[in-house]
Design a protein around this ligand. Structure first.
Ligand code: FAD
Length: 353
């Protein structure tokens, strides 16, 4: 019998497995998909925290301060641990003055973690929690389950674009609740990006580059003509609003003068060109352009409630997007939460906390 069972070979699960293996434990990692890495492999790989804890609290006011403080306090050490496993750092800055962290090559992250993380069983989802070894639930949230998204987040669930790996259908949530865990607040929240609207074709390799991240330079409207004023630098509020409009769609109207504006490493015009190439409905006028966008769901933000030992129920621990209460009410690094809670979950499980 293994000392630890892990459900999910994404960021949180692979970290938990590597932490457990480093403590000499026998670990079995069940992965539902046909490859390790989950959504982490598709991500930008930026593992970050707010520079100041007060900013974290202000940006994510409805999260649990105790969990947020764990992520904030431990992240720098955990990043050094990750680097020590051999994960390749591409950039030592996040490019955002509000935040600090590292950008990793996600392929090398997966390779480094799997090389250190015990036995990996692909196409072998954890279906039930058996008596015996403790379990870490790290199945990545429930964004790929239309019924759960409709129930918890938006009646427009069918219109959403799934900007994530396809296997995170809420298995961890179900298993945790069956074991006696409870849910956090923020079950109706999502993290995502506005994406080029259908009939655009967006392969998973282009989830990052095709994001339409210029709501603050546009007039944002629903397809019914209702306007929305962006409120956050991350534009997470815009995506949450779009997700609740008809068809989960909207229109970004950009004046010609705004097309040269820069957002991170790209101009607005370059992002619009990406939407055109992908096949989205884009209309050009003498004085600007109108781009039809759809809300892309990346992760759910609500999930299982855990304590500071990442414990969700007796013998059942959780990490990553299966856990709620960290980014609630705003936007924070999902990879950072997965890293910190993943290590804590494995340590707690082996120490019998
Ligand atoms: C395009 C994109 C860009 C992103 N950019 C960033 C970024 O720069 N910075 C950042 O912090 N976050 C980013 N994110 C979010 C980040 O990737 C997630 O927050 C993070 O991967 C969550 O980790 P996780 O381990 O919870 O889930 P995942 O990494 O998705 O892993 C979950 C795994 O569990 C598996 N699984 C599901 N059900 C079962 C089951 N029953 N049994 C076994 N396995 C199961 C899934 O197949 C999957 O492999 C991005 C995401 C995307 C898609």
């Amino acid at each position: 019998m293994p000392d630890l069972v892990v459900a999910g070979a994404g960021m949180a699960g692979l970290v938990a497995a590597a932490e457990a293996a480093s403590r000499g434990a026998r670990v079995v990692v069940h992965e539902k998909g046909d490859r390790p890495g989950g959504s982490m492999l598709l991500s930008s790989g930026v593992v970050w925290r707010y520079r100041r804890f007060e900013d974290f609290r202000r940006e994510c006011p409805d999260g649990t301060p105790e969990l947020q403080s764990l992520v904030h306090e431990r992240l720098d050490d955990d990043l050094a641990w990750l680097e020590g496993l051999g994960a390749r750092v591409l950039d030592r800055s996040t490019g955002n003055p509000r935040t600090v962290g590292l950008r990793f090559d996600t392929r090398s992250l997966v390779d480094a973690l799997t090389a250190h993380g015990g036995e990996l069983r692909l196409r072998d989802p954890l279906r039930e929690i058996a008596d015996g070894a403790p379990v870490v639930l790290a199945t990545g949230g429930f964004q790929a389950n239309r019924d759960l998204v409709r129930r918890w987040i938006t009646p427009e669930a069918d219109g959403l674009f799934l900007r994530a790996a396809p296997w995170s259908t809420g298995d961890g949530l179900r298993l945790g609740l069956d074991a006696g865990a409870s849910t956090t607040n923020g079950m109706g929240e999502l993290y995502g990006r506005a994406m080029p609207a259908p009939p655009a074709r967006i392969p998973e390799t282009q989830f990052v580059e095709l994001a339409q991240l210029y709501a603050r330079h546009a007039v944002v409207e629903s397809v019914a003509g209702e306007r929305y004023e962006p409120r956050t630098w991350s534009e997470i509020d815009v995506v949450q609003w779009l997700a609740r409009q008809r068809g989960a769609r909207g229109i970004y109207r950009v004046a010609a003068a705004q097309l040269a504006a820069r957002v991170r490493d790209r101009t607005v015009g370059e992002m619009v060109d990406g939407a055109v190439r992908a096949g989205a409905p884009v209309r050009r006028f003498a004085d600007g352009v109108a781009v039809e966008v759809v809300a892309g769901i990346t992760t759910t933000l609500g999930g299982l409630a855990v304590d500071r030992f990442a414990r969700a129920a007796p013998g059942v621990y959780a990490a990553g997007a299966d856990v709620g209460g960290i980014a609630t009410g705003g936007y924070a690094s999902g990879l950072a939460a997965a890293l910190v809670l993943g290590r804590i979950a494995a340590a707690s499980a082996l120490e019998g906390r």
